[in-house]
Structures are given as C-alpha cells and as structure tokens.
Design a protein around this ligand. Structure first.
Ligand SMILES: Cc1cc2nc3c(=O)[nH]c(=O)nc-3n(C[C@H](O)[C@H](O)[C@H](O)COP(=O)(O)OP(=O)(O)OC[C@H]3O[C@@H](n4cnc5c(N)ncnc54)[C@H](O)[C@@H]3O)c2cc1C
Length: 418
C-alpha cells in the first residue's frame, strides 16, 4: 500500500468523515462514504456553533473542570450535567478523565493542540477560497461578567501569548468597538484574533460537493460489522448485508465509533457530550463577532443574517433527548450578556441537538491501528470537530498515502487507552 490510488471506505458522513473523504478524493483515491442517516448526512455537525478555534489549546480534561462540573450538577439550568448510571464504559471514561484533568496533561497537550488548530485554520482559509463558502475572520470574544472569570481568562490569554497565539485582554469600554450595533453586558474579556466562524451547513455542503466532483460516492447504510480475510479487516458489512471491500477503511462514526471499535477488539473510550443550538432567523440586532460567554458556557455565532446560540455539555452516552431546563439556561445566559434580546425571541424555535464525541483526555483519536493496518480511526474531537476537520482530513490522507506527517501523531493514537 504505497502512493498508488487506493479504494477507501469511510464510515460516517459527519464533518470528520467528509473532510477525510474530501482530501482523499482530492489526491485521487476512490472514496466511498457510508452514512446511516441520510436526513443528517453531516451527523452531529451541521447545527454546531461553527467556530474555528486555534484558541482552544486547553483540552477538555483540565484542572478545575471536575470541581466546577460537580457544582453545576446541582443546578438544572447549568451548562453541565452527567446522568449517573451503572455503566462500565462511563465509569472507565470518568476514571481516565480524572487521571488527565491535571496541569501536566495540559502542558503536554497545548503545543500539539495549538499546532493542529493553526494548521486547520490555514486549511479552512484555503477551502473557503477554493470551495466558495464564507469564513469570517474577525476573531472570537471570550466575554466575562465576573471579576473572577476575567482573571481566569486573562491567565488563559497569557498562556496563549506564550504559545505564540494572538490574545488581547480588554475592558468594557472596548465592547462598542467590537459590537457597534448591539449592547453587550460584560466587564470585559479576551479577543482571540485568529479564531474565525462559518456556517457549518455551508461547510459540510462544500465538502460533500467536493467529494462528488472528485468521483466519490455516498451510500445510506448502517455499518454493522467488518469483512475479514483471515484475521485482517478488508471492508465493512452493512445492515442490508452489503459488503464494501476496500484497501483502507476510515472509522469516523463520531461517538458511535466506540461500538464498531469493539468489533476490532479496540477499546476506544468515548462519551457523547450533548449540546443544543437555537437559531434566530431574524435577530433583533446584528452581531459582528462570535463569542463565548464565560459564566454561562454559551456560544454565540452570527451566521449570515441569522444568529445561532448554543451550549451545554451533558455527558450522556448516546442519548439525544432534550432537557427544557437546560435550553432555558442557554437562553437566559445569552439574554444576560446581550440585553437587547429577550427570552421570548426564542419562542417556537426548534432546538437542534448534537453529540460531541468526547475522549477522556480531550484529544482526538487519529491514527492507523497496529493490528489492523487497513483501518484508520478519525474521531473523538469533542468540542473541536468542525475546527479540526480539515487538518484531520489532511492527516488521514497522509496516513493512507504513506507520506510523512507534519504533525507527530503519537499522542493521538487510537490505541492509547488499550
Ligand atoms: C452544541 C454544539 C456546538 C458545537 N460547536 C462547535 C464549534 O463551534 N466548533 C467546533 O469545532 N466543534 C463544535 N462542536 C463539536 C462538533 O460538532 C463535533 O466535534 C463534530 O460534529 C464531530 O464530528 P464527527 O464527524 O466526528 O461526528 P458526527 O458529526 O457525529 O458524525 C458521525 C456520523 O457517523 C455516522 N455513523 C456512526 N456510526 C455509523 C455506522 N455504523 N454506519 C454508518 N454511519 C454511522 C453517524 O450517523 C454520524 O452522522 C459543537 C457540538 C455541539 C453539540
């Protein structure tokens, strides 16, 4: 398996599977994307906040996250929840998360997250130009309403600067410069100038068109097992008993990948991090920049003429039921920071729900399996799947073509918890 054209089956048509397909088809490989839910064809990806965030160099597993999470669990409107249940997968995930929520892990991961974040941003720019979708490059505001929040974020800004990222701490007098047409209630915050935003629907549509234009094909089928020759995986089998045999198989099924990985005797710990978004079609005021609201953990993204407000992280396995209290929590937080808006603005809006595929150390899984050389895993991007999709697609293409990778992938090995 060298540089020659190969056939590649990709399991999962979310933003990661599509980005892998795009780069593979672009270098001449014969791509088949299998997605079980045609109503989505972009998985948990199309309703997300659309932020491209090199500023996210701190993994989800970080100091303070557990104590904050425990406090939040007592409040039904809070942005975090974990439904306690007797489930071995959840117990193990929590144990691994606990082991990684420390400063050493953050220090070990920050350079890698910065590098893949910046490379992905560069690729997003390239894609936006070549595929013709809008990438708004005005940065992201981290807005804080409390002194304590502002202090914490100023420390993050310092760490970002140390890593060579652009981060500017600002006070409330600068808010009008950032948002001239809308009131913002905050003490100040941090402007992460290199962050961008886009409409995720435009992005996944561009990737799908790009795959089709380069000869790739899509199937709406549910992959239930692998096809083996002797003990080696050579393809996938679907619920309709169809077999798709290929030189390479990319497992990009989001949080569901764990189930399929089990059939390969691979332990791929993951939990769904449930979140919601609500999109105002005709917002009262126009915003220029996307923002994260520190105390509410809410994301706000202008998308063309519309405005998307999203949030919550409910560690929930694969359950996609809605929590009205947490939705209300998102709306109230947003209206507190942007007082021109009222909770009634959201009446009648259908919420979107998505599952972030969360690994216990907050790093994605990207790599070839040592015992199944044809299988590549690309998942576990948690809250950064859209942001890191292009770099993941590019890295997957390099793994398949056999070219050296610009990024050291050892920390991202899908076998690191085996
Ligand atoms: C509220 C919210 C806001 C977010 N905001 C951002 C943001 O601003 N920026 C950012 O970078 N990220 C954001 N994210 C995270 C991002 O959406 C995810 O990281 C990303 O969608 C993960 O993509 P994926 O392709 O790995 O998984 P998915 O999108 O879940 O796609 C996996 C696909 O595989 C399919 N599949 C699974 N198993 C099988 C099978 N056996 N056979 C066939 N098909 C299968 C599924 O149906 C699914 O469509 C947000 C997430 C949420 C919930």
């Amino acid at each position: 398996m060298g540089k020659e054209t190969q056939s590649v089956v990709i399991v999962g048509g979310g933003v990661i599977g599509l980005a892998c397909g795009y780069y593979l088809a672009g270098s001449g490989h014969r791509v088949t994307v299998i997605e079980r839910d045609s109503s989505l064809l972009s998985g948990s990806s199309e309703g997300n906040a659309g932020m491209v965030v090199p500023s996210h160099f701190i993994p989800l597993a970080a100091p303070g996250v557990i104590s904050q999470g425990l406090k939040w669990m007592l409040d039904p409107k809070s942005p975090f929840f974990l439904r306690p249940r007797l489930d071995f997968g959840l117990m193990r995930w929590l144990w691994l998360f606990y082991r990684h929520a420390n400063t050493d892990h953050v220090k070990r991961s920050e350079g890698l997250l910065r590098d893949i974040g910046l490379e992905s941003r560069r690729l997003h720019q390239e894609l936006a130009e070549s595929e013709g979708f809008e990438l708004v490059q005005r940065g992201l505001l981290m807005l804080c309403q409390s002194e304590e929040g502002l202090e914490e974020e100023a420390e993050v800004a310092q760490a970002a600067q140390r890593l060579g990222l652009k981060a500017t701490v600002f006070t409330k007098d600068r808010l009008k410069d950032f948002e001239p047409d809308c009131s913002v209630d905050a003490l100040g915050g941090v402007w992460f100038e290199q962050d961008c935003h886009l409409n995720p629907m435009d992005f996944v549509t561009a990737l799908r068109k790009g795959i089709t234009a380069r000869g790739g094909v899509f199937f709406e089928e549910d992959v239930v097992d692998f096809v083996r020759e002797k003990d080696q995986v050579v393809g996938v089998r679907t619920s309709e008993a169809n077999e798709h045999v290929a030189d390479r198989i990319v497992l990009a099924g989001g949080v569901i990948s764990t189930e399929l990985a089990r059939k390969l005797d691979l332990r791929l710990p993951m939990q769904g991090g449930k979140g919601y978004s609500l999109t105002l079609k005709e917002p009262r005021k126009a915003l220029r920049l996307c923002s994260l609201l520190k105390e509410g953990r809410v994301a706000v993204t202008p998308m063309g003429k519309t405005l998307r407000v999203s949030g919550t992280m409910e560690i929930c396995g694969t359950d996609t039921s809605l929590s009205p209290a947490r939705l209300q929590g998102i709306i109230e937080s947003f209206c507190r920071f942007y007082p021109d808006f009222e909770p009634d603005d959201f009446s009648g809006i259908d919420p979107w729900v998505g599952l972030r595929p969360c690994s216990p150390d907050g790093l994605p899984y990207i790599g070839t399996l040592s015992r199944q050389k044809r299988v590549i895993v690309a998942t576990g991007h948690s809250m950064m799947g859209l942001s890191l999709a292009p770099v993941t697609g590019m890295l997957c293409e390099k793994l398949i073509t056999g070219e050296s990778s610009p990024i050291n992938l050892s920390a991202l090995s899908p076998e690191r918890f085996h």
